[in-house]
Design a protein around this ligand. Sequence first.
Ligand code: MG
Length: 212
Amino acid sequence: MDPATFSAQIDPARPLLLLDADEVLLRFVEHLEAYLPTRGFELRLTSFQLGGNIYDLSKDARAEGPVVKDLLASFFDDCTHDVPLVDGAREAIESLKAHYDIAVLTNVPERCRDARMANLRAHGLDVPVIANRGEKGPVAALLAGATDGPTVFVDDLPPQHASVAAHAPDIYRVHFIADPRLAPMLEKAGDAHVRIDDWPTLERHLITHLEG
Ligand SMILES: [Mg+2]
């Protein structure tokens, strides 16, 4: 769904929850980790980044930038439809639907958007998916402008929190990293209001947030 179409569907009386997919709803890194050896590569999680941590097994050397780019592109083509869900996400979202309008704001390539939506649906998550490119601040600002209620943004990447803070400072920003190995590698993003890494806690926090 394009942002303008979704924005027209937003109920101006309801709070809005904008969720990232990879490492918030979907176990992206874990799935990539399983995929890379099928292509002769390996992910070594020594820091919070992909580039620099992908190794060519035939050379036991770091894969070069363009190779990483190609691998990620083919990973999206091959695997967008069957990425596993983060524990507790479905139950939390079912409960949060009573409190928020919910959309997934994801930087998945446009050609993979339908596969991502089908992937989420197969996990029981029937929510609109907006495929974004680059920084999320402008689209988040557009969507937040369609409701008079509060908007919440959840993402694992600090630069996206900076972008949303710059374009729509009133949006409440939650820094969330699902992978238990990646989470300790990064402190709370400076531009996020709070850091939470599991869905049951996030669910309670987002309900309390509306009461406060
Ligand atoms: Mg992400």
